[in-house]
Write a protein that binds this ligand. Structure first.
Ligand code: ATP
Ligand code: MG
Length: 259
């Protein structure tokens, strides 16, 4: 059986004064249905670009993207973003300020009749634990609550694939960790295939079935958290994992007043 999502030899280039610069270079990865993948890497290494390519906002220089056996992108052809059935929650997850929580979640459900739409909104708000806040407006919510509304909005149209670009970036460390575990439960309950981007290793290990460690436009290792931790493919991955683990230890030691 084919993987649910398959990226093969992907290359994406951006125009620059010297001509073109290759931002993603011969990148391949795949996810089975219901799996959560996580892209981990330094700022500027190409994480958002990959999500934009999957969503259909960046043309491919070479390679292809397939979802459920359907060809979405090649350099010659590209299915329009709105026809891909891919849900997105991007770095700036901005909610519509003039719409209530329920209104925000209902936004992508215009094709449904009134009753079906209300039913779906309620289901989604229950899923993210916000059913009692349906009538509030975004400015009346905490950052974590707003992020959960954004997640409910992305989940509501039942996308085939969900893309999450640093969904917890605006939150404090404790809320991030709690939400990371919550989001994993929510995605697993919905049986969704998803790719999440983060800078944060703890978050990746909390959420992902597969993690891709990125270095300058490529995934240097695409593996389970266990394999990545215990069998890093090369020195770059080993250093990357060890450095963050050391920082975590230092943070814990600081918190205990030992440093
Ligand atoms: N529209 C564009 N035109 C030209 N270069 C771009 C464009 N968008 C992004 N880039 C460049 O491509 C590279 C990858 O950018 P991308 O946004 O994918 O990185 P990222 O890994 O998501 O970074 P961050 O963690 O900071 O969000 C960067 O060097 C960036 O400057
Ligand atoms: Mg980014």
């Amino acid at each position: 059986m084919n993987p649910h999502l398959q990226l093969t030899d992907l290359a994406v280039r951006y125009p620059c004064p010297e001509g073109e610069v290759c931002v993603i270079n011969r990148l391949s990865l795949q996810l089975e249905r219901g799996e959560i993948g996580c892209l981990l890497g330094a700022s500027g290494c190409g994480k958002t670009t990959i999500l934009r390519a999957i969503a259909g906002f960046e043309p491919l220089h070479s390679g292809q993207i397939q979802l459920d056996g359907r060809l979405l992108s090649t350099p010659q052809q590209s299915v329009a973003p709105e026809k891909r059935n891919v849900g997105m929650m991007f770095q700036d997850y901005a909610l519509f300020p003039h719409l209530s929580v329920a209104g925000n979640v209902a936004f992508g459900l215009k094709a449904l009749g009134r009753q079906a739409r209300q039913q779906r909104v309620l289901e989604m708000l229950e899923l993210v634990g916000l059913a009692d806040l349906a009538k509030r407006y975004p400015h009346e919510l905490s950052g974590g609550q707003q992020q959960r509304v954004a997640l409910a909005r992305a989940l509501a149209p039942s996308p085939e694939l969900l893309l999450l670009d640093e969904p917890f970036s605006n939150l404090d460390v404790d809320t991030r960790e709690r939400l990371a575990f919550e989001v994993r439960d929510i995605l697993k309950q919905a049986g969704l295939t998803a790719i999440l981007v983060t800078h944060n290793q703890a978050e990746a290990f909390a959420i992902a079935d597969r993690i891709g460690v990125m270095q300058q436009g490529n995934v240097v290792q695409w593996d389970s958290p266990y394999q990545l931790y215990n069998h890093p493919a090369n020195d770059f991955v080993a250093d990357f994992i060890r450095r963050e683990a050391l920082l975590d230890q230092r943070a814990s030691a600081l918190a205990r007043g030992e440093v």
